[in-house]
Design a protein around this ligand. Structure first.
Ligand code: FPP
Length: 231
């Protein structure tokens, strides 16, 4: 288990869970199998972070661009998500985890949306915070926030007003963003929130991502000095 220095600042880790498809392909299995295993890894990792005192964990489950994937893969991810809502996430909510979904729910199936809203309602105020980004795009998030502010009559757009109008309203920005599977980019994830986040990349494919990978990412974080533009 990782530890924090007494003045530790690491309270929010966000994960880009990449490499499910490659992991499955290496085993001669369909990509969907990688997503199933990736879902198991996500829960193990989120719960490990909370046990280590990380207050907020954010995961990138499905981006606004992921609809471009083959239809059967999109269907498989949505079906995993649907079953996980009523199994894993219900249990997580009972374990004092607040669940918030980041993204535009409107294109999702009505039963899925209803279940997401129920989970958000029932888990509100819980100790630990899990954000699940689904049908999420960082630019779309900013555009929709600005449009909503404009529609409500706001004419001066301040950073505070935009921070309050995006999906993570009231939350701390991620201190650390971790991406698995060797790609070195953020892919439209937490565009507004990531400006001062530390970034950590590893070659581990997401279904193999384990507690030791979290420990390594946390250790790397605490070796860095965050200056937020100061000296
Ligand atoms: C990236 O791997 C993974 C995704 C785009 C989907 C992640 C989705 C899940 C883990 C399941 C749904 C989530 C929940 C919370 C139940 P990739 O397919 O891009 O891998 P590749 O780069 O190797 O092709």
């Amino acid at each position: 288990m990782f530890t924090h220095p007494t003045d530790g600042t690491l309270k929010h880790i966000a994960f880009i869970m990449d490499g499910n498809g490659r992991w499955a392909k290496k085993r001669g299995m369909p990509r969907e199998f990688g997503h199933t295993e990736g879902t198991k890894a996500f829960r193990r990792i989120a719960e490990y972070c909370f046990r280590g005192g990380i207050e907020t964990v954010t995961i990138y489950a499905f981006s606004t661009e992921n609809w471009k994937r083959p239809q059967n893969e999109v269907a498989a991810i949505m079906s995993l998500f649907r079953s996980y809502l009523s199994l894993g996430m219900e249990e997580m909510a009972k374990n004092d985890i607040q669940i918030t979904f980041l993204g535009d729910k409107s294109p999702l199936a009505p039963d899925v949306r209803a279940q997401m809203e129920k989970l958000e309602r029932e888990s509100a105020g819980n100790r630990w915070h899990l954000n699940v980004a689904i049908n999420y795009g960082g630019r779309a998030e900013i555009v929709s926030a600005v449009n909503r502010l404009a529609a409500s009559g706001v004419t001066e757009f301040t950073e505070d007003a935009i921070s309050d109008a995006i999906y993570t309203s009231g939350q701390r920005d991620p201190d650390l963003i971790v991406r698995s599977a060797g790609e070195l980019r953020l892919s439209n994830f937490l565009t507004w929130q990531s400006v001062y986040s530390e970034l950590y990349f590893t070659d581990t494919l997401w279904p193999d991502f384990d507690e030791a990978d979290v420990d390594a990412a946390v250790a790397a974080y605490y070796e860095r000095t965050r200056r937020f533009g100061g000296v």
